[in-house]
Design a protein around this ligand. Structure first.
Ligand SMILES: [Zn+2]
Ligand SMILES: [Zn+2]
Length: 130
């Protein structure tokens, strides 16, 4: 009786592992087919603006220059193109190194998390300075 039970448990465990493998394999296959087809059939030039490219990670964003807006200084940006609100003294702003456009740090961080490009001129933004 105990042997039969053990055999049954063994069989159940094997079936569960097999099922798990099938699910994982199916998912991997689907991902591979999706990515592979997109890359081989529709070749996107690497130099052009590619919004499909993943945005920057929070770690990358920390490398971008950041400054505090001041109401009086002429150097401070007047309008954030993301939320269309004027700069207020003390706010944290971020200037993109590629083009010099500046936005609220909070606004542009949210944007860059989706697309690594300037919201205004689409200059590509890369965290690694080059
Ligand atoms: Zn803003
Ligand atoms: Zn720009």
């Amino acid at each position: 009786m105990a042997a039969a039970l053990a055999l049954f448990l063994l069989f159940a465990a094997a079936a569960a592992i097999l099922l798990l493998h099938l699910v994982v394999a199916a998912r991997a296959f689907r991902n591979q087919r999706h990515g592979g087809a997109g890359r081989s059939r529709y070749r996107v030039p690497e130099t052009s603006y590619t919004p499909s490219r993943a945005g920057l990670s929070p770690a990358d964003l920390r490398f971008l220059p950041c400054f505090a807006a001041s109401a009086s200084a002429s150097a401070s940006p007047e309008l954030c193109a993301v939320c269309l609100e004027a700069a207020c003294a003390g706010e944290r702003w971020r200037a993109l190194p590629a083009c010099g456009h500046a936005f609220h740090a909070a606004c542009v961080d949210r944007w860059l998390a989706r697309a690594a490009a300037c919201p205004v001129c689409r200059a590509s933004v890369s965290a690694s300075a080059s």
